[in-house]
Design a protein around this ligand. Sequence first.
Ligand code: ZN
Length: 651
Amino acid sequence: MTSLSPNLSDRDRVLEATDLVALVGEHVALKPKGREHVGLCPFHDDKSPSMSVVTHKGNAFYKCFACGAAGNAIDFAMEFHKMDFPEALRHLASRAGIELRGLRDEGPKDPATSRESLRKAMAAANRFYRKCLADERLGATARAHIAKRELGAEAVELFELGASPEGWDHLVKHVERLVSHANAGGETLHRESFEALGLIRPGQRGPIDGFRGRLMFPIHDELGNCIAFGARALQEGDEPKYLNSPDSPLFSKGRTLYALHHARRAIIETKHALIVEGYVDALALHAAGIKNVVATLGTALTKDHARTLQRMAERITLVFDPDTAGERAADRAVETFLAVPIDVRIAKLPDGLDADELLAREGGRAEFDQAIEAGEDALAWMVRRFRADLRGASGMSGQQQRLQGLLQKLGELGFRSVDPLRKQFVLNALSEMVKVPVATLMASMPAPRVTNATEAPVTVQAPATEAPSAPRHRARHTAERNFLAAVLGMSERADVRVVVGDAGSMPLAEAFAEDHFDHPDHRQLWTLLAARIESGKSFHVQDIGADAGVPTIKLLAFELYETGSRRMESADALQSLQAAASDLDRILRQSAETPLSSRKALDDTTLVAVMDRLRREGHRPGAIARAVRSDARNATAGTIPADSHRMETPS
Ligand code: ZN
């Protein structure tokens, strides 16, 4: 938008009235840090909090130091909710209770299939199905089903349940009425929008309803807009039992979680998300006051689901039905979460009950809470499942096949790049089980398949060595730049101290050695900077430029100086420097992992003990990895980690 835009004043009023921390905080767990708030960036696969929301100096903006996403509240709405500018403006205005003055509705290019028209059509269908559920005749079967499942009126209302009537064209006729009413001056609606959403489909004798004779569960986006339906058959033998809306510009099955719009606040507050298998389970749990619950849409959990939850929660508990299908679903879920640095557990409900059945019985709530508390660590679960699988295999070749299958799967899932602690836990347990050395197991593991076009291909190396992961390499590069920019961007440097790792505070020049920088240009620039800092006199970027001699280093220095000083205008200089130093230190520690084969392996009991101890102290998974590394050093030196003798291994 240029300054000539007639929307300028609307835009400014909306920005002024929007609390950016609150806005971002509705979707991302934010923590105050100095004068900023930080959290996991929702725009890239963020592993450490890279996004900060800066609100002082009157101009609120967010900025991701890793992927470069940045902007104001309107940009956030546009990027996060995939809105266009007028949509974002309207959304934020209505959120802040502002009436827009100057926004003209120029109309979308294709009026019937614009996101706005599709949203209106979804909302209209939702209203229609809800009316049908209340209708004495059309909603009778659906209401009987609701009564049988003991879903309360409150839950039905909260989740906007509806009924698609039996018969061929109830919705078709309703839409015809709406469209002609729209032509007579009502809200603009197009039949094509309903068709694009699968609500109406072509039949042999004209259009027919897409959903017939089903209990309708509207599926919402994070803002609570209806974007799709999950529809349960009400007649015995109607197939499929659950029918979902097709993917559309509003809805992607692999990205959406049921009930997230009601759950996200509780998930962010408790930092804990429960995932259940069905709509009805989610409904029953919400109705019982357990709000941090979402459900999958009858699909396996995807990496996108994992990412969505990761930016809100530090812990995820999978609550799956205690049958074979449920166990297989849990297996797949564990695989999905394998590469995500998040605490994942599997909870089993007692007596083979579903969540809604358990809650319905006396004392069920307490039993449910207990089952969640007793959730089994996902890796322990995986190892235990494999052990059972192995026992079922006949003879050496059968066992070998099972092992090869597992290694194949782990490799493809990107096992090589998972957190070192988790990796070692699995490898040690497997090695113990099959009596094969860890190094041989690693060597038999294939390199990961590149499944996502946005992920750069991973270099395949000799199988016994670790393939460097491209994302980690990028992250290191970014961290190096950020640190150098922070150093260049602050005016007082000589006596600044930073805290890195467990070493406590130290002079800035000593925090990193030359060879801590991977990129040769970064290495050279740091050498120059460190020398100047050590001299104890203040200096300017021009001095560094002069020292450099080489044009590329000079250019780099100026470029980073600009970035750095711009950042310092909007943030506390020392804090930014400290944050950049910590980031770089963390990444260095990750990539400095010695190969597993050459390191003295910790036994499972010790690993589990350390994990448990840290978990009880409320640390994040990253802290667990760090602590285990330092415990590993102690163990190699002959000391025993604190209180490991008290712990039992869960597997
Ligand atoms: Zn980002």
